[in-house]
Design a protein. Structure first.
Length: 94
């Protein structure tokens, strides 16, 4: 596995609710393997975690950095492309 690089941080508390998930998934799509993004949100991002499991099974890492009560922070790492954004094969997508 590639070493993680850090840099993208999104404070979702400042983003309209209707735009949040699109922003997160578009940002994730632009990450290369081993890169991460950190999210800050005012509630448990459990729904977002389940959406990542559905869209990118095995293709992401999820670390909860802070669990409320006023803010949740999570770090999401792109591990490898998944069928939603590549063929998922080991020869050219890893």
């Amino acid at each position: 596995m590639a070493l993680a690089t850090y840099g993208t941080k999104i404070d979702l508390r400042e983003i309209p609710v209707r735009d949040r998930h699109a922003l997160v998934f578009n940002t994730y799509r632009l990450l290369e393997s081993g890169q991460t993004m950190e999210l800050v949100i005012e509630q448990d991002p459990e729904t977002l975690f389940h959406q990542f499991q559905e869209r990118h099974p095995g293709g992401f890492g999820w670390d909860t950095l802070q669990r409320g009560p006023q803010a949740w922070r999570v770090r999401i790492m792109r591990i490898k492309p998944t069928r939603a954004d590549g063929c998922g094969c080991e020869c050219c997508c890893s």
